[in-house]
Design a protein around this ligand. Structure first.
Ligand SMILES: [Zn+2]
Length: 279
């Protein structure tokens, strides 16, 4: 029987997601601040379950909550780069994207003593230069794209996208992509967000979301020899009672199914090693 792995990933955005949307008044700030409460709860759950996860933390959050980030790292979890602010790279100039990437790496080094292996873009929207920047700055993997649901692949650079002609795919790079999906992310299911031109209803029933989350694992186990799923949580989202129960039940259900819980850097390095053996 092949191995079916699960990465539990946590984007500790605190208030930066609100700030990036221009929401800087006391209530949205406090909504992000609740993330720090969520982190403590999640750390307890992961410790009780003997699971190591991957955390992506914007540089400004590391600087706001250095002790909490040290605690995450000391528990054995991985800390990845999630930008300096939470503004998605697609809306930054290449210069500010690169300086933010470097600054965020420096903040991580202060906590862990080493640059991160992984990057995840705020709001999952890469710019045309992100992959090249990640390679130049020594990253092993990115986790912001959606080209598969349970297999790693090499990210491409240099795609040319035409409006009215077929896309021209660029070259495969050596950067490992560990794909994600909005369907396995807590945020769109649960967060009610009213903006001037949009409304995200959120507030889904956690039991139904749990059913979806487990069904993706069941399908992978049934149809793929090996594979991995990345679940994405935000402490300010999943940290509330009924959603913490979802997290606990998810872990329980996945364990019952024989899932192996791993950090994302392990999956990326394993994929790299396997691809080197093939060539
Ligand atoms: Zn985020």
């Amino acid at each position: 029987m092949g191995s079916h792995k699960v990465c539990l990933s946590f984007d500790f955005d605190a208030m930066t997601g609100m700030v990036a949307r221009g929401l800087k008044t006391p209530t949205p700030i406090s909504r992000g601040e609740f993330g720090a409460i969520g982190v403590e709860r999640i750390l307890r759950t992961l410790e009780d379950s003997n699971i190591l996860g991957s955390w992506f933390v914007p540089g400004t959050v590391i600087k706001t909550y250095p002790e909490l980030c040290r605690k995450i790292y000391a528990a054995g979890h991985e800390i990845g780069n999630h930008g300096w602010t939470h503004v998605p790279p697609a809306s930054l100039s290449p210069e500010s994207e690169e300086s933010g990437l470097v600054r965020a790496n420096e903040a991580i080094v202060e906590i862990t003593g080493a640059p991160p292996a992984g990057y995840r873009s705020p709001s999952w929207d890469l710019s045309p230069v992100t992959i090249d920047l990640l390679i130049r700055h020594g990253f092993v993997y990115d986790s912001s794209m959606m080209g598969h649901d349970c297999q790693a692949y090499f990210a491409r650079t240099g795609d040319i996208v035409h409006d009215e002609e077929p896309i021209e795919f660029g070259k495969e790079s050596k950067l490992v992509e560990l794909p994600v999906s909005w369907s396995l992310d807590d945020f769109p299911h649960f967060e009610y967000l009213r903006m001037p031109n949009s409304l995200a209803p959120g507030l889904a029933n956690a039991r139904l979301v749990l059913e979806n989350f487990l069904a993706d694992f069941d399908y992978m186990q049934r149809t793929e020899e090996t594979g991995f799923l990345v679940y994405t949580f935000h402490p300010f989202v999943v940290g509330r009672g009924h959603r913490m129960e979802l997290l606990e039940k998810l872990i329980e259900g996945l364990k019952k199914r024989g899932a192996e819980f791993v950090r994302m850097d392990e999956v990326a390095r394993e994929f790299l090693a396997a691809s080197e053996n093939r060539t």
